[in-house]
Design a protein around this ligand. Structure first.
Ligand code: SF4
Length: 199
C-alpha cells in the first residue's frame, strides 16, 4: 500500500504531492537523490529480468504451499508485484527485484507497500531469495517515511543539499550537483557504466 503522504500536517487544507515507494525509499536514505531515467534499451532489459524474477518467485511460493492471489495489483496508485495467500490463511505481499543482491533500499521500498497490519507479511524477493521483513522493521520504515516527508516539505533547500552517499542508490542518481555522483556519469540519465541489475 502507498504510504499516506497527505496526513498529519498542521494545516488541514495543505495538499502534497505523493512520492512513489521507489522514490520515497531513496529519499529516506538520501533526501537529495534524483532518479536517473531509463533509456529504452535499459528499460527493455529491466522488464525481461524482472519478469524472469517474478516467475522464479511465484514458482518457489507455489511449491511451498502459497496461492497466488494477484500480479501487479494497483493499490492507491502503487503497484504491488505479487500477493499470495499463505498456507496458514494470511496474506503475503512481495516486492520483486531483478538484481541479484538485495540492499537496504529494496527492504525499505518493500516495507512502504505494507498496509501497516501485522497480519500481512511483507517480503522482498530476488530470483533466488525471499527476505521476510520483521513487523518492527516495517513500522520503523513507516516512521522514517513520515519524518522524511515532513523534512522534504518543510526544508526543501536543505533536503536538496543533504547528500548521503549509498552504493545502492548513487549508481542510479542523476543529481549533477552532488560531489558523490559516481564517476562515469556524464549528464542526467547518461552513464558510461552499465546500470547493473536494475530494480
Ligand atoms: S549521488 Fe549524491 S545525491 Fe545522489 S544518491 Fe548519492 S549522495 Fe545522494
Amino acid at each position: 500500500m502507498e504510504v499516506n503522504l497527505t496526513s498529519s500536517r498542521a494545516d488541514p487544507n495543505f495538499t502534497e504531492p505523493r512520492l512513489s515507494p521507489s522514490l520515497l525509499a531513496r529519499r529516506i536514505i538520501c533526501p537529495a537523490h534524483i532518479p536517473a531515467p531509463f533509456d529504452r534499451k535499459s528499460r527493455l532489459r529491466f522488464l525481461g529480468l524482472h519478469a524472469y524474477a517474478m516467475l522464479q518467485v511465484i514458482k518457489r511460493h507455489i511449491k511451498s504451499g502459497f496461492r497466488l492471489l494477484s500480479l501487479e495489483k494497483y493499490v492507491n496508485g502503487s503497484r504491488i508485484d505479487l500477493e499470495f495467500l499463505r498456507p496458514d490463511g494470511g496474506l503475503r505481499i512481495n516486492e520483486v527485484k531483478s538484481k541479484r543482491i538485495l540492499g537496504e533500499v529494496d527492504r525499505i521500498q518493500a516495507a512502504l507497500y505494507s498496509d501497516g497490519s501485522r497480519s500481512q507479511e511483507v517480503v522482498v524477493s530476488s530470483r533466488t531469495t525471499d527476505i521476510l521483513l520483521p513487523s518492527e522493521y516495517v513500522e520503523e520504515v513507516h516512521r522514517r517515511a513520515e519524518a522524511t516527508r515532513i523534512f522534504l516539505l518543510d526544508h526543501p533547500d536543505l533536503a536538496a543539499n543533504s547528500f548521503n552517499p549509498n552504493a545502492d542508490i548513487c549508481r542510479t542518481c542523476a543529481n549533477n550537483r552532488c560531489p558523490f555522483l559516481p564517476k562515469g556519469r556524464t549528464d542526467r540519465g547518461q552513464t558510461t557504466q552499465p546500470r547493473g541489475g536494475g530494480d
